[in-house]
Design a protein around this ligand. Structure first.
Ligand SMILES: Nc1nc2c(ncn2[C@@H]2O[C@H](COP(=O)(O)OP(=O)(O)OP(=O)(O)O)[C@@H](O)[C@H]2O)c(=O)[nH]1
Ligand SMILES: [Ca+2]
Length: 968
C-alpha cells in the first residue's frame, strides 16, 4: 500500500470498478485535488492471464499477492493520482513461500520530474510506466552476455551503457488530468518491474548504440548488487527514479546448464506477447481516445495495436513512450510487424510536439528496446531458422543488416552479400558471421549462369560486372572477397576490384545494388551513413524525348536541393559550354553564308564568285602560315578584296580575312574536333573571334537568328558573352551550367541523391510538412532515350523506381527532325511514341507517371503564330477564342491561349495513358529554366509517391487542383 506525498494532502477515493478512469476524470475536472484511486485486483488477474497464456513459459505464482505502485505528482500542486493494488488470496493453501511486500518509506518515494518548460498544453503529465519483469528479460540478459562475448571475440570494446533515467513526465496545465479508460489504469497494475531505461542517445555509431541500449535495457531484469548501486547513484545524480520493487519470483541461475538446454525451447515461443488490433469505438477515422477528428486529422499510431491518437490525446494514451509509440497498455507487447519499417522514423506530429532530444530518445528506444526487436524465430538465413545467439551476432556485427523484417534471407558468408530469398542482394553486411546454413546456388533466383561464391547471380549484378569491364561470357565462376576483389575459379591471382570505377558505382546505385560498407573516402557517403540516410529511397526516373529538357530539370534539381556542382563537373561544363559556343558561331557563319547566297542569287551573281576567287579557307590557311609567330593579322588581306566584284557586296558579306577564318572554323566544327580548338588555341583566336562577332555581317545574321533552325535559343545567352566565355580563365556560373546544353559525358545517364530541404517559413504548419519530407531520401535518375537501346530494353534496369517523370517539350508540336531514311518526323509524334513505349514497358506496369510538360515559356511565345494542328495528333484542336477578352489590341492573349493548348495536350496524353493502363496520369506544367517551376513539379512527384499513405493529409492543394482540372 503506497501513498503519495504531495503537500501532505492525501485523499482516498472510494472503491471503483472498471469505469474508474472516466469517473475520475469527471471528478478531477470538478475538483483538482489529490486523488488516490484504488482498484480491485480482478481485472488485474484477468490481464495476467492473457499476458502469460499457455504459450508463455512463465506465469507468476497465482497465489502471490501482487504489489505494485505508481505515483503521479504534478509539481504545480494541481492534483495527483496514485494507484495501488493489493490482491487478497482466496484460493487453496499456498505450498511455497509467499514473497513479502516490503514496507516503503514515504520519504524515499521519488516524484516525477517536471517536464521542462514547453508549452504542451494538450498533454497530461504522465510518468514513466513500469514494465513487467518476466522471464524473457532474463533471456535478453543472456543474450547481452552472448553479445559481449561476440564483441570481445572481435576485439570491439563493449561500451558501458549509460543508464539514463527513464522517469520523465510531461506536464500540461490543463485540468483534465486523470486517465480515461479502465485499461489504461490496468496497465499500471501490470507493472511490477522496473521502469524501462532509455539510453542516452549517442552519436558514436550504431554498434555502440546497440550496445548501450542492450545494457541499459537488460540491467533491470537481473537484480544484482551492481545494478542496485548503479541505480542509487543514478537517483542521486539525475532525475528521481520510481521505487523498485524486488521481483517476487526468483529465477534459476541463468548461467547454469539447464537454462542453456532450454534455450532452444524459448526460440519456439514468441518472446513477447502479441496483442490484438485495437478497435475504434468512434466514427471512422476519428481519434481512438477522444473520438474527435476525421481521417485527415493528423494522428500518431500505436505500433502494437494500431490505435490512432490525435495530438491532444497522444501523450495521455502513450505516456512517455519508453518503448516508442505504443499505448501505455501495449508496453511489453510485440509490435505489429506491419509497422517495423516505421520504427525509429519520427512522425511530423511528434516533431512538432516534442523537443529534438526527446524525440531522439523515444526513437532510439523504439528501435532498440527488446520488446520491439524482431523475434529470431521469424528469421531464416540460408534456409535455417535463427536462434537468439545468431540474431545477436547478426545485429551486433559492425555492418548489421538494415531493415530486418521477418522472413527468409540469403547470406554469402564469404563476401557479406545479403538479400531476401529469391531476390538480388540488398546489402553487403559483415562477412564471416556464423549464422544460418550454407548458401544455395539459387538463393537469389539468378538465371545468368554466372556464379559468385557459389550463388548464381542476378541480371542486375551481371550489368554491374559489365559496367566494371568484367567479362561474363561463358558462365564464369567467381570468388569475391568482402572488399570486392575477385578471382575466376581455379586462378590464383585476383583480377581486380569490382567497385573501383566511378561508372560502376553509378550503375550500382541506379540498379539498387549494394556497395561494400564505406570505410569510407567519400564524404557524402559518410554523412549519409551516419545519418542512416541510406534507407528509404524513392527513385524518380526522369526520361523524355531528345531536347525535351530532362537535363535542364536534372541540373535545376541539383541547384535547388543544395548541391553545387563539383570542380570536376564545372571543368567538364566549361569545356562543353565553350565547344557549344563554337557550334553556335558555326551555325551563325553558315547562316551568314546562306543569307549571302540568297541575296546574291537574287542578283544572279553567286556563280561568278565561286569561279573567280580561291576559296576563303585556302586564303586563310595561306595567310596564317605566312604570319605564324606574329599573331594573326586581321586586315592583312585587303588586296584580295579586289577580287570581290563591287556588286556582290551585301549586308552579309564578310571581309576575306574573316571569311577565311570562318571557313576554317566551319571545317573544324564539321570534323567534330572542337575540343582541340577549345583546349589548345582559344586565346590565340580570341581577337579574331571578337572581330568576327562584331562584324556587321554576323550581327545582321544574328538579328535574323529566328530563321536559323539549328541555333538553339540558349545560344543567345552564350553568344553575347562569347569573348568572355572563350577566355581561359572563364568559370561557368550555376546559371551558365543550367543554360548549357547537356550534362556530362556519361552517356545520358546521371543520378543524384537528395532530400527536400526544409524551407525557413515562420509558419509552423508548413514546416512540419517540410520536416516530414526532409527526412526522406530521393534519387533522381536521368536517362536519355539514346542509352535505352532498342525498344527501350534497358528500362529493365529501373524496375524499382517509385515514379517515372516523363518530360515532353510543349513546343515540339510544330518542330520536325529528319530520321535516318530522310523522312521528316514531327517531334511531338516522336515524343508520343517514346511515351507509349515507356508506359507499356512491362517494368513499369502499375507505376505512377508524372508528365512534365516543359518549356511553357516558349509555348506562350509561339502559340499565336503556330497552331497546334501542325501536329497530326492535335488535328481536332479548335479552340474557341473568347472575344470578350479581346477588347482592344493591347490585350495579350498568348498566356491564355498557351494555357488552353497545354490543357488540350495534357488531356491527349492522359487519354493515351488511360487507354494503356486504365489509370490516371499526373501532369505538371513546367518551365525548366525557372527554378520555382521545377521545384514545384518535383514536390508534386513526391506527393504522388506519398499519395497512398493515408496519414499524409497535406497535399499541395494547388497542384492537385491543377491536376484534377487537367483531367476534366
Ligand atoms: N526556354 C526554355 N528553354 C528550355 C526549357 N527547358 C529546357 N530548355 C532548353 O532546351 C534545350 C534542351 O534542353 P535539355 O535539358 O538539354 O534537353 P534534354 O532532354 O537533355 O535533351 P538532350 O539534349 O537530347 O539530352 C536546352 O537548350 C535548354 O536550355 C524551358 O522550360 N524553357
Ligand atoms: Ca541535353
Amino acid at each position: 500500500m503506497t501513498c503519495v506525498r504531495d503537500g501532505g494532502a492525501v485523499v482516498e477515493m472510494p472503491h471503483r470498478n472498471g469505469s474508474a478512469g472516466k469517473a475520475s476524470r469527471r471528478n478531477s475536472k470538478r475538483s483538482p485535488v489529490n486523488t488516490v484511486i484504488r482498484k480491485e485486483g480482478k481485472e488485474k488477474k484477468k490481464k495476467k492471464g492473457i499476458r502469460n497464456g499457455p504459450s508463455s513459459s512463465y506465469s507468476p505464482p497465482p497465489q502471490s499477492p501482487l504489489h505494485s505502485s505508481v505515483a503521479f505528482t504534478f509539481p504545480d500542486g494541481d492534483c495527483s493520482l496514485e494507484h495501488s493494488t493489493v490482491l487478497q488470496h482466496k484460493g487453496p493453501l499456498v505450498s511455497c513461500d509467499i514473497p513479502r511486500a516490503l514496507p516503503i518509506n514515504i520519504d524515499e518515494i521519488p516524484t516525477a520530474a517536471v517536464f521542462p518548460a514547453m508549452s504542451l498544453d494538450r498533454s497530461l503529465p504522465i510518468i514513466q510506466p513500469i514494465r513487467t519483469t518476466d522471464f524473457n528479460q532474463i533471456l535478453f540478459e543472456e543474450l547481452r552476455i552472448t553479445k559481449e562475448v561476440f564483441f570481445s571475440a572481435h576485439s570491439i570494446e563493449p561500451l558501458v551503457g549509460t543508464v539514463g533515467s527513464g522517469a520523465r513526465a510531461l506536464l500540461g496545465n490543463g485540468n483534465d488530468t486523470s486517465l480515461t479508460s479502465a485499461s489504461e489504469v490496468d496497465s499500471f497494475r501490470d507493472c511490477d518491474g522496473d521502469d524501462a531505461c532509455v539510453s542516452e542517445s549517442s552519436d558514436s555509431g550504431e554498434v555502440e548504440r546497440n550496445m548501450q541500449m542492450r545494457s541499459a535495457d537488460s540491467t533491470p531484469c537481473r537484480p544484482s548488487s551492481n545494478n542496485l548501486s548503479q541505480r542509487e547513484e543514478d537517483s542521486d545524480n539525475e532525475m528521481p527514479q520510481h521505487v523498485r520493487i524486488p521481483s517476487p519470483v526468483t529465477f534459476r541461475d541463468p548461467d547454469s546448464d539447464d537454462i542453456c538446454d532450454e534455450e532452444s525451447d524459448f526460440d519456439e515461443v514468441d518472446s513477447f506477447p502479441v496483442k490484438q488490433k485495437a478497435e475504434n469505438n468512434g466514427k471512422k477515422g476519428s481519434c481512438y481516445r477522444c473520438f474527435k477528428g476525421n481521417r485527415f486529422t493528423e494522428k500518431e499510431v500505436c505500433i502494437v495495436c494500431g490505435a490512432k491518437y490525435c495530438q491532444n490525446c497522444v501523450f495521455r494514451a502513450m505516456g512517455s513512450m519508453p518503448e516508442g509509440r505504443k499505448c501505455v497498455t501495449c508496453i511489453g507487447f510485440r509490435i505489429d510487424e506491419i509497422n517495423r519499417s516505421n520504427l525509429g522514423k519520427c512522425s511530423r506530429m511528434l516533431k512538432w510536439l516534442l523537443p529534438e532530444s526527446e524525440i531522439k530518445q523515444i526513437m532510439s528506444s523504439e528501435v532498440l528496446c527488446p520488446a520491439n526487436e524482431i523475434p529470431p524465430n521469424l528469421l531464416y538465413v540460408n534456409g535455417e531458422r535463427l536462434n537468439h545467439k545468431e540474431l545477436l551476432l547478426l545485429r551486433g556485427c559492425p555492418n548489421p543488416p538494415k531493415k530486418l523484417r521477418p522472413g527468409h534471407y540469403w547470406y554469402d558468408k564469404v563476401a557479406g552479400f545479403w538479400g531476401k530469398e529469391g531476390q538480388k542482394p540488398c546489402q553487403i553486411i559483415s562477412a564471416q558471421l556464423d549464422v544460418g546454413g550454407y548458401i544455395k546456388p539459387n538463393a537469389s533466383n539468378g538465371n545468368t549462369g554466372v556464379l559468385f561464391n557459389n550463388r548464381e547471380i542476378t541480371k542486375e549484378e551481371v550489368w554491374m560486372l559489365k559496367s566494371a569491364g568484367i567479362p561474363c561470357e561463358g558462365k564464369p565462376r567467381f570468388w569475391v572477397s568482402a572488399d570486392g576483389c575477385y578471382w575466376e575459379e581455379g586462378q590464383r591471382n585476383a583480377k581486380g576490384r569490382i567497385w573501383e570505377k566511378t561508372k560502376t558505382r553509378l550503375v550500382v546505385s541506379i540498379l539498387s545494388l549494394p556497395l561494400p560498407p564505406a570505410k569510407t573516402n567519400s564524404r557524402e557517403e559518410m554523412t549519409r551513413n551516419s545519418l542512416g540516410q541510406n534507407d528509404c529511397h524513392h527513385r524518380l526516373l526522369l526520361v523524355g524525348f531528345d531536347k525535351s529538357g530532362t537535363s535542364t530539370i536534372f541540373k535545376q534539381a541539383k541547384i535547388l536541393y543544395g548541391f553545387s556542382f563539383s570542380e570536376d563537373e564545372r571543368q567538364e561544363m566549361k569545356l562543353m559550354i565553350q565547344s557549344n559556343l563554337y557550334c553556335y558561331l558555326g551555325t551563325l557563319l553558315e547562316g551568314r553564308e546562306r543569307f549571302e547566297k540568297e541575296i546574291l542569287k537574287k542578283k544572279g551573281k553567286s556563280l561568278l564568285i565561286d569561279q573567280t576567287s580561291p576559296s576563303g579557307q585556302e586564303r586563310f590557311e595561306r595567310g596564317s602560315s605566312r604570319e605564324k609567330g606574329k599573331g594573326l593579322m586581321i586586315d592583312g588581306c585587303r588586296s584580295s578584296e579586289t577580287l570581290y566584284p563591287e556588286e556582290t557586296k551585301s549586308t552579309y558579306s564578310m571581309g576575306s580575312r574573316l571569311k577565311g577564318f570562318s571557313d576554317w572554323l566551319l571545317k573544324l566544327i564539321a570534323s567534330g574536333n572542337l575540343e582541340a580548338i577549345v583546349h589548345s588555341a582559344s586565346c590565340e583566336y580570341l581577337p579574331l573571334i571578337e572581330k568576327l562577332w562584331k562584324d556587321e555581317a554576323i550581327q545582321a545574321t544574328y538579328n535574323r537568328r529566328n530563321e536559323l533552325e539549328k541555333l538553339p535559343r540558349v545560344a543567345t545567352y552564350f553568344l553575347e558573352r562569347a569573348v568572355e566565355i572563350l577566355k581561359e580563365e572563364y568559370e561557368p556560373s550555376d546559371m551558365d551550367i543550367l543554360y548549357a546544353e547537356g550534362i556530362t559525358s556519361s552517356n545520358g545517364l546521371a543520378s543524384m541523391e537528395f532530400s527536400f530541404p526544409t524551407s525557413a517559413k515562420a509558419d509552423g504548419y508548413i514546416d512540419s510538412i517540410d520536416q516530414h519530407y526532409s527526412m526522406m531520401r530521393y534519387q533522381l535518375i536521368r536517362v536519355h532515350p539514346r542509352s535505352l537501346g532498342e525498344n527501350c530494353k534497358w528500362l529493365e534496369m529501373f524496375e524499382d523506381v517509385s515514379i517515372v517523370l516523363f518530360c515532353v517539350s510543349l513546343t515540339d508540336y510544330d518542330e520536325f527532325y529528319e530520321d535516318n531514311k530522310g523522312l521528316l518526323i514531327n517531334k511531338m509524334m516522336a515524343s508520343k511514341e517514346l511515351f507509349e513505349s515507356v508506359v507499356t514497358h512491362p517494368t513499369f506496369y502499375k507505376k505512377d507517371f508524372l508528365l512534365i510538360m516543359n518549356k511553357f515559356d516558349l509555348l506562350k511565345e509561339k502559340i499565336e503564330q503556330s497552331p497546334l494542328t501542325q501536329c497530326e495528333w492535335f488535328g481536332d484542336y479548335h479552340p474557341v477564342i473568347d472575344h470578350k477578352f479581346n477588347i482592344g489590341t493591347y490585350v495579350n492573349l498568348a498566356p491564355a491561349l498557351a494555357q488552353r493548348a497545354f490543357h488540350y495536350m495534357a488531356v491527349k496524353f492522359k487519354r493515351l495513358f488511360h487507354s494503356f493502363t486504365e489509370r490516371k496520369l499526373y501532369v505538371s506544367l513546367v518551365t525548366g529554366l525557372e527554378q520555382d517551376s521545377v521545384d514545384e513539379s518535383l514536390k508534386c512527384a513526391r506527393e504522388i509517391i506519398d499519395w497512398e499513405r493515408e496519414d499524409i493529409p497535406f497535399i499541395n492543394e494547388e497542384s492537385v487542383a491543377s491536376l484534377e482540372e487537367s483531367s476534366s
